[in-house]
Design a protein around this ligand. Structure first.
Ligand code: PLP
Length: 387
């Protein structure tokens, strides 16, 4: 009987196991072989070759992803952007249109804004919190709707249930980037989404040592995306697949710790007089706290906040911390601080940033797995030093 694993902690450890085990090895070894002896494959896509995304490492970690997302099928890619671009280029053909949440991750935003036109694709950005405004943006050629579980860097939580309903009514494929929540906190396919994508470079791997992406959904859709990936070539390397498998084993432990630690840090910052504002869906003061509680099991490991004072105060605070590193990205075991106005959102003007609520003093924090008390003490001394 095929093994079935009910809970995420068990799935993370066992759902990707190859059967039979390779020489009894309890872990899936790295199959560092680009090609494999041919069997009786009838299709090009079934020949075993790293770019065709079907070597034992791809199969194993793909199964883990499918199990975590409660999906029929899972696929891994060379990066989060490979997962996103390959999915969109599979679902959309020249002449098609997509609705997308307006505050997307910068790479996804730029793919739509700068690359789509060359392929004859069109898009409209929508306010994902205002369902009444979506119908007016529909076109006969609209094929899909795309959103993120939580936005970066303001941690907004869109009306995800309405997105699912709208997609079903209008026969659109609903796609969600679940990177910020992780499957520990949210399984979007259970909420009715058609496809869930991740930058596995973040929480899924968790150690800031690879870039990787994942896709999960119905078998027929995932298989179509795999064939496109086979042509576009954004395939995961076997060593990265091994590191992703290894990182995944501790995802539930890391994520729950990060949920808890981030909530405590958010409360500390929100109660500090040198802090003007904290954005974290776990705080009761968050405008969508009730919605986030309904959707998510935890609120994740990223928050953003504004210190009282000028940009100099914010920079001085960041430089006065001793534990976090100052750098972009998120979801790793190490705490990272970044100022979006000088990093991820530097491409926008100060006015554009202000319009979407990103002030120049806003700091984004990705909480690692260091001791919560150590981080809080460090932030306390840095807030004092910055004044
Ligand atoms: N989606 C989100 C929400 C991200 O934050 C990122 C990267 O920061 C990506 C996608 C892109 O992932 P990758 O860097 O693995 O290509």
């Amino acid at each position: 009987m095929a093994k079935q694993f009910k809970r995420i902690e068990t799935k993370l450890i066992h759902a990707g196991d190859l059967e039979p085990r390779v020489y009894g090895a309890v872990e899936t070894p790295i199959f560092q072989s680009s090609t494999f002896e041919a069997g009786d494959e009838s299709s090009y896509h079934d020949l075993k070759y790293i770019r065709l995304n079907n070597t034992p490492n791809h199969v194993s970690v793909g199964r883990t992803i499918a199990a975590l997302e409660n999906a029929e099928a899972g696929l891994v890619t060379a990066s989060g952007m490979a997962a996103i671009s390959t999915t969109l280029f599979t679902l959309l053909s020249a002449g098609d249109h997509i609705l997308a949440q307006s505050s997307l991750y910068g790479g996804t935003h730029d793919l739509l804004a700068h690359d789509f036109a060359k392929f004859g694709l069109t898009y409209d950005f929508i306010d994902a919190d205002d369902p009444a405004s979506w119908r007016a943006k529909l076109r006969p050629t609209t094929k899909a709707i795309y959103c993120e579980a939580m936005t970066n860097p303001l941690l907004e939580v869109a009306d995800l249930a309405s997105i699912v309903r709208f997609a079903r009514e209008q026969r659109l494929t609903s796609i969600i980037d679940n990177t910020f929540a992780s499957p520990v906190n949210f399984t979007p396919l259970d909420a009715g989404f058609d496809l869930v994508l991740h930058s596995a470079s973040k929480y899924l791997n968790g150690h800031s040592d690879i870039v990787a992406g994942t896709i999960a959904g119905r078998s027929e859709m995932v298989e179509r995306i795999r064939h496109k990936l086979n042509h576009l070539g954004g395939s995961m390397d076997p060593h990265a697949a091994f590191l992703l498998s290894r990182g995944l084993k501790t995802l539930a432990l890391r994520m729950r710790y990060q949920n808890e630690s981030t909530l405590q840090i958010a409360k500390f910052l929100a109660g500090h007089r040198a802090v003007a504002r904290v954005n974290y869906a776990g705080l009761e003061s968050h405008p969508r706290h009730a919605r986030a509680r309904e959707l998510f099991k935890g609120f994740g490991g990223v928050l953003s906040f504004e210190v009282q004072g000028s940009v100099d105060t914010a920079v001085k605070f960041m430089k006065s911390t001793t534990i976090p590193m100052l750098g972009p990205s998120l979801g790793g075991v190490q705490t990272l601080l970044t100022r979006p106005a000088a990093s991820s959102h530097a491409g926008m003007s100060a006015e554009e940033r202000a319009k979407v609520g990103i002030s120049d003093t806003l700091i984004r924090l990705s909480v690692g797995i260091e001791a919560t008390e150590d981080l809080i003490e460090d932030f306390a001394q840095a807030l004092t030093a910055a004044r």
